[in-house]
Design a protein around this ligand. Structure first.
Ligand SMILES: *Cc1c(COP(=O)(O)O)cnc(C)c1O
Length: 429
């Protein structure tokens, strides 16, 4: 890319969460293959991010590419209203089989945020159809569910700056984030705040929405599976729907197919996205139980009121089918376990570093929480100069590499983080 392309980018193009007046630098990537991104000046970076949880098989994967090429030759898109097609049917068959038990009805959409909107609308229509309209949701603090209004309304109110959109966001209930860590010993009473809140408010709540086990963009926290089991049991006791947002965690990232499997539970509504296509195209799905689908279908509306233009895009479904076929032999299990072992061996000792507040590893996710916020521009540049692509935010420097990463490449990422901690210029005071 030419210098004037970058100047145009800076002047005219928004990037995620950036300013138009003071944009952070954007690095020009011209291709990506396996675990490497190639910059326009020829430098190659080891990818530690999987493009935000998505590229689990790495980039430019021959099986996914071939599936997309084959599908392009047949049709890239056709409307889903009144039409169905083989890639969608194959994908939904797979999703029903792979996801936790009882999730039998699939709604395909185009992004994670929309999958969450769909989940919320399903819950609202469910209660409407029962003749007992409920609008309130219960969400966890430090949660993240996307950037559209419905999704944002259940994100952590402080992290996602609810104050900016006051009057636009429906008010929901929030409960403190689960405190017991994933590998701590569960103590009786750890779920007391949740139990108390549900006891008090279950009559007005439509659903509980949460990210199972891993709270992603809202803080990269891993909580105890027993919390999730208790949440499931409490929702059952009061007849409230449980919505599990597995958009970040789905498809092996935590060491299980889904984070819900770590607790042995099944939600009433499940959202998946991100890694669904192996990172090749945007696609998401919201699955629900037959009784939820039947109840809302028999309500006043007579149907579920949602239908994206690009619903079930055949090309994206073909990519997803290819990605799932790569996962089906479960060879990702030993790979994710090896990444977990590598991250634990490399990152956990950093807990003693004076700039480190906490280190945690779960599956192919490694998090270093620092005492000071990172100087994003300075640290990002330093990482790029080191030949790694790691995108820190706030006080979090974290890795979620493609499952195919080699041990030396993983060590390269870990070494970069280790050395980064030693420079005061990488942190704000
Ligand atoms: C990324 C994410 C979303 C939003 O997905 P988009 O595709 O960015 O709209 C929702 N929930 C969770 C848990 C996520 O990680």
């Amino acid at each position: 890319m030419q210098a004037n392309d970058l100047a145009f980018d800076r002047r005219h193009i928004w990037h995620p969460y950036t300013s138009m007046t003071r944009p952070l630098p954007a690095y020009p990537v011209v291709s990506a293959d396996g675990c490497e991104l190639t910059l326009s000046d020829g430098r190659r970076l080891v990818d530690g991010m999987s493009s935000w949880w998505a590229a689990i098989h790495g980039y430019n994967h021959p099986v996914i590419n071939q599936a997309m090429k084959d599908q392009i030759g047949r049709m890239s898109h056709v409307m889903f209203g009144g039409i169905t097609h083989p890639p969608a049917v194959a994908l939904c068959r797979r999703l029903v089989a792979l996801t936790p038990a009882g999730l039998d009805c699939v709604f395909l959409a185009d992004s994670g945020s929309v999958a969450v909107e769909v989940a919320i609308k399903m819950a609202l229509q469910y209660w409407q159809a029962r003749g007992e309209p409920r609008r309130e949701l219960l969400a966890l603090r430090q949660g993240y569910h996307g950037d559209t209004f419905g999704a944002m309304s259940v994100c952590d109110p402080d992290n996602s700056m609810h104050s900016l959109y006051q009057g636009y966001l429906p008010p929901h209930r929030f409960i403190e984030a689960p405190r017991r860590r994933f590998d701590d010993t569960w103590r009786e009473g750890d779920d007391a705040p949740l139990a108390a809140l549900l006891a008090a408010h279950h009559r007005t709540l439509a659903a509980v929405i949460l990210e199972p086990i891993v709270q992603g963009a809202g803080g990269m926290r891993f909580y105890h599976p027993e919390y999730l089991r208790r949440a499931r049991a409490l929702c059952d006791r009061y007849g409230i729907l449980l919505i599990a947002d597995e958009i970040a965690t789905g498809f092996g990232r935590t060491g299980e197919w889904f984070a819900c499997n770590l607790a042995g539970i099944s939600p009433d509504i499940l959202c998946v996205g991100k890694a669904l296509t192996g990172g090749a195209l945007t696609l998401s799905a919201t699955l629900t139980r037959r009784h939820v689908a039947d109840t809302l279908s028999d309500g006043d509306a007579g149907c579920f009121m949602h239908g994206p233009t690009f619903m079930a895009n055949p090309l994206a479904c073909a990519a997803a089918n290819a990605s799932l076929s790569l996962l089906e032999d479960e060879s990702w299990r030993p790979r994710v376990a090896a990444i977990a072992a590598g991250l634990s061996a490399g990152l956990l000792p950093l807990a003693d570093h004076p700039r480190v507040r906490d280190v945690r590893v779960l599956g192919a996710i490694g998090v270093v929480e620092t005492t000071q916020p990172v100087n994003m521009a300075a640290l990002q540049r330093w990482f790029v100069d080191r030949g790694v692509w790691i995108r820190p935010f706030g006080k979090l420097i974290y890795l979620m590499p493609p499952y195919i990463i080699s041990p030396p490449a993983l060590a390269w990422l870990i070494d970069a983080i280790t050395d980064a901690l030693d420079s005061p210029t990488h942190f704000l005071s």
